[in-house]
Design a protein around this ligand. Structure first.
Ligand code: KG4
Length: 340
């Protein structure tokens, strides 16, 4: 019997320590340890994140192997996130991957975190799971990125548009912070928006040519709405939480879909996917699904567990690189910034 290709994947780019096993393209385990240490600071503290990764990485990798029913000796290659992300956090995953790769005498595969988000649509939990056909457009929306990507193959990706200032996730998080909601605010806006009236408030929408995004004007316009009203009535935010959240979410969705529609028309693709933390948003998921249905496009909306940072997506991206024998050298250093 032919031996299985078992990829052990490690993700440590931000505040989640994750390890996963992909065997012959199928997901066998995906373990995520989310760090709670940052909650009291209202954002991720890089130094605390690196320290927490150091504490988590051995037990998380151990759990991923055990859940997959594998021994370290069964591993064919180690895939790890090389960037973009927090340098100290990436160093923990990169160094761990190097050490284990040397100890087990197996190759390493470096993965671009953003490729991982795009390729998360190829994670299969059963052989029957449907995956997108190339080419397709991926709307990649997270806390650090907002990009429209034309995905031509596993490795050939062209950025059609990107944010020129804030990312969509930042727009959610910064506005939520002004409303006094905990970090990250995106999920709280999502929850509150379900109860609110989206037509209640009007916020500024950008007029940026081409397929690039901008979210900083929306943030400013949101701030001004609150400031004016807070002066009049300090309870304004508390009383209008749901309507503010619903109106903000609707504005972000309109901005995202406006450029997505332009990209679809420009390229003529028939398949659209979304990915990244913000693709967990209920309103975004529904709006993209409805847009695709109305325009005869096939939509790939990821399961929520694959929208935030996870090693399963690093594993599938690493698996494709492994099949290409696209290995990584031991002097590979992590990088904080990179595009797809
Ligand atoms: O991809 P991701 O986990 O990592 C970073 O790029 O940092 O994305 C995190 C972002 C945060 O801005 C968070 O608020 C946002 O994804 N997010 C959401 C939701 N869940 C996570 N935004 C809106 N609605 C959600 N349900």
């Amino acid at each position: 019997m032919q031996q299985s290709v078992n990829i052990l994947a490690i993700e440590s780019s931000c505040d989640d320590t994750s390890a996963a096993v992909i065997s012959d393209g199928l997901l066998r385990s995906n373990v995520i340890a989310s760090q709670t240490v940052h909650e009291e600071y209202g954002g991720v503290v890089p130094e605390l994140a690196s320290r927490a990764h150091q504490q988590n990485i051995v037990p998380v990798v151990d759990a991923a192997l055990k859940r997959a029913g594998l021994q370290p000796a069964d591993i064919s290659a180690i895939a790890f996130t090389r960037g973009p992300g927090l340098l100290g956090s990436l160093l923990v995953g990169t160094s761990f991957a190097k050490g284990l790769s040397l100890a087990l005498r197996v190759p390493m595969v470096d993965v671009n975190h953003l490729h991982g988000h795009v390729l998360s649509h190829f994670i299969k939990e059963t052989p029957e799971d449907e995956v997108p056909e190339f080419p397709f457009i991926c709307l990649l929306i997270s806390g650090g990125n907002s990009q429209l990507i034309l995905v031509k193959s596993y490795k050939d990706m062209e950025i059609l548009g990107r944010t020129i200032d804030d990312a969509a996730g930042e727009a959610f998080d910064k506005c939520a912070k002004v409303m006094g909601l905990p970090y990250p605010g995106g999920p709280h806006i999502d929850r509150l928006a379900a109860e609110g009236e989206a037509k209640r408030f009007k916020f500024a929408k950008p007029h940026i040519p081409g397929l690039d995004y901008s979210f900083s004007g929306l943030k400013t316009s949101f701030l001004y709405t609150l400031r004016d009203n807070v002066k009049v009535d300090p309870d304004f935010i508390a009383k209008n939480q749901a309507d503010l959240a619903a109106s903000l979410q609707k504005t972000i969705i309109d901005i995202l879909l406006d450029k997505l529609d332009k990209a679809v028309k420009q390229t003529g693709v028939t398949t659209v996917a979304i990915g990244g933390g913000v693709s967990a948003n209920s309103g975004v998921r529904q709006a993209v699904a409805e847009y695709c249905a109305a325009n005869g496009l096939k939509a790939f909306i990821p399961q929520r567990k694959f929208t935030t940072d996870n090693a399963a997506m690093v594993g599938i991206a690493g698996y494709f690189k492994y099949l290409d024998k696209d290995f990584c050298r031991y002097d590979a250093a992590p990088f904080a910034r990179v595009t797809v």
